[in-house]
Design a protein around this ligand. Structure first.
Ligand code: ZN
Length: 454
C-alpha cells in the first residue's frame, strides 16, 4: 500500500500541453505519482475537485531589500506576499540590500537572512558592477543564479551602473562560469540628458518623467547588450522589457542564434501612462509604463512565446518615499509580487483568452528551464519538486490594501478586479499558505543552478 505525505484528489492539473484532471501524490517533498484514482493513503488528503493545480510561481525578479533595508520589505513579508499569490520560489536582486550582493561575503549575509525568515525557496542574483570582476567567480561558487547589471543609474548609490568595458569583460567571465548576465537595459546618456533638461526647466511632473525615458533608450541598450553578449559568448537576459519593439529585438537575435531571453512584468501588461498620472508615484517605475498599444503588443508576444517570461520586479519602498511634488525624486518601483498570477489570469485568460497552461509557462516553466532548474522545478511531473499553487479560478476579487501582505501595503493594483484565489501554496510538499493564512517559521531554502537536476 502506497503511503504518501500529501494526496490531491481530482484537481485540474495545469501541465505543459493543457489541463488534465487527475490525482497527484507527494512524498519526501517530491511529486511521486500522477494519475486517475491513485491507490494509497496519505498523511493529508485534499479534495481538489474544481481547483486548478499550477506549478508554483517562480518569480525571477524581486527586490526584498534584506539585509540592510529590511524596513522597505524584507524576506518575512516578501515571501508571505509571494506565497499568498501562489509563489514558491523567488530570485532576489543584488541591489537594494546593504551590502549589495557583489561579493561572496555579501552573498553569505543575504543567504543567512533569507534562510532565517523566508517561507518559500529562494535563489540569489549576484551583482556585476565596476570593480567587482574578481568577485564573479567566488559568487558563482556560492551559487548565484546569474549576474545582474545596470546599463543606467540604478537609483542606489552603492550599486553603480556598468560601463561598456565592465559589461563586456563581465560577460566574458560569466560565459566561462556558465552563468547568465541580466541587464536593466536603458541608455543612460539619453535618459539622464532628458531628465536633466526637464529638471532645469522645472518640468517635474509625471508626464515629464515619462517623456525622459523613451522607448528608444530601451531599444538602444537592448541592442548593445545583445551585440556584446553575442561576441562574449554569454547567455543574456533582458529584465522588464516594456515595449513590443524591445521584445522583437530579443526574439530576432534569438532566432539568429544569440543566447538571449527576456521578461516583462505585470505592470507593463496591465497599466498605462495614464495610470501613472492617475495613481501617481505608486505606479512609477523604470522603464516607465507605456501607452495602451504597447500593452497589446506585449500580450501578443506573450501569446506567441516571443515573450517567454513574466516576473514581478516587486520593488517596494515606504510610503514616505513615494510622496514628493517632484516626480523625478520619488522612489521608483512597483509593489506587485502578490498578484502576478491573479493579474495574468484576469487580463490574459479572461480578457484575451490565453490558456492557463501558457500563462503557467510564462510564470514558472520558462524561468526554471532558462536558469538551470529544470526539470525539477516549474512543472508538474513525477520526480519534480512538489511546488504547487491550488487556485480557485472561479473566484474573482477586488484587491484591497488590507489584502496586501507587503510591509508597506500600497500597490497600483488596489481597486483592480483580479481572478483566481490561491487557496493553498505548497513548497517541497510543505503547505506554507492556506486560505490566506501563512505559516509561522521559515522553510525556504537556497536554490542554485543545477542543484535540482538530480
Ligand atoms: Zn528590478
Amino acid at each position: 500500500m502506497n503511503r504518501y505525505d500529501l494526496l490531491l484528489r481530482g484537481g485540474t492539473l495545469v501541465v505543459p500541453d493543457g489541463l488534465s484532471v487527475a490525482d497527484l501524490a507527494v512524498a519526501g517533498g517530491r511529486i511521486v505519482a500522477i494519475g486517475p484514482d491513485l491507490e494509497g493513503t496519505a498523511a493529508e488528503s485534499i479534495d481538489a475537485t474544481g481547483l486548478h493545480v499550477f506549478p508554483g510561481i517562480i518569480d525571477a525578479h524581486v527586490h526584498f531589500n534584506e539585509p540592510g533595508r529590511a524596513e522597505w520589505e524584507g524576506f518575512a513579508t516578501g515571501s508571505r506576499a509571494l506565497a499568498t499569490g501562489g509563489g514558491t520560489l523567488f530570485f532576489d536582486m543584488p541591489l537594494n540590500a546593504h551590502p549589495p550582493t557583489v561579493t561572496a561575503e555579501a552573498f553569505d549575509q543575504k543567504h543567512a537572512a533569507a534562510e532565517a525568515s523566508s517561507i518559500v525557496d529562494f535563489a540569489l542574483w549576484g551583482g556585476l558592477v565596476p570593480g567587482n570582476l574578481a568577485d564573479l567567480e567566488p559568487l558563482a561558487e556560492r551559487g548565484v543564479i546569474g549576474f545582474k547589471a545596470f546599463m543606467s543609474n540604478s537609483g542606489i548609490d552603492d550599486f553603480a551602473a556598468v560601463d561598456d568595458d565592465t559589461l563586456f569583460q563581465g560577460m566574458r567571465i560569466a560565459a566561462r562560469l556558465g552563468r547568465i548576465v541580466a541587464v536593466h537595459a536603458e541608455n543612460d546618456a539619453i535618459t539622464a540628458g532628458l531628465a536633466r533638461r526637464a529638471m532645469v526647466e522645472g518640468r517635474v511632473g509625471a508626464r515629464d518623467y515619462l517623456a525622459s525615458r523613451p522607448v528608444i533608450a530601451e531599444l538602444e541598450a537592448i541592442n548593445r547588450a545583445i551585440i556584446l553578449a553575442a561576441e562574449a559568448g554569454c547567455a543574456l537576459h533582458i529584465v522588464h522589457v516594456s515595449s513590443g519593439r524591445g521584445v522583437e529585438l530579443v526574439a530576432e537575435a534569438h532566432a539568429r542564434g544569440v543566447d538571449v531571453s527576456c521578461e516583462t512584468c505585470p505592470h507593463y501588461l496591465v497599466l498605462t501612462e495614464d495610470d501613472v498620472e492617475r495613481l501617481g508615484a505608486v505606479a512609477k517605475c523604470a522603464p516607465p509604463l507605456r501607452p495602451q498599444m504597447e500593452i497589446e503588443a506585449l500580450w501578443e508576444h506573450l501569446r506567441t512565446g516571443a515573450l517567454p517570461m513574466v516576473a514581478s520586479d516587486h520593488s517596494p519602498a515606504p510610503a514616505s518615499m513615494k510622496t514628493s511634488d517632484d516626480f523625478f525624486r520619488v522612489w521608483g518601483g512597483i509593489s506587485g509580487c502578490q498578484h502576478l498570477l491573479a493579474l495574468l489570469l484576469a487580463e490574459g485568460n479572461d480578457r484575451r483568452g490565453i490558456d492557463p497552461s501558457t500563462l503557467s509557462r510564462r510564470a514558472s516553466g520558462f524561468a526554471a528551464e532558462r536558469f538551470g532548474l529544470a526539470p525539477n522545478r516549474g512543472t508538474l511531473a513525477v520526480g519534480a519538486s512538489a511546488d504547487l499553487a491550488l487556485v480557485d479560478l472561479a473566484a474573482t476579487f477586488t484587491v484591497t490594501a488590507g489584502d496586501l501582505r507587503y510591509r508597506h501595503p500600497h500597490s497600483p493594483y488596489v481597486g483592480r478586479e483580479v481572478r483566481g484565489r490561491v487557496v493553498r501554496t505548497v513548497v517541497r510538499g510543505i503547505t506554507v499558505q492556506r486560505d490566506g493564512v501563512c505559516i509561522d517559521g521559515a522553510v525556504g531554502r537556497l536554490v542554485t543552478p543545477g542543484s535540482c537536476r538530480e
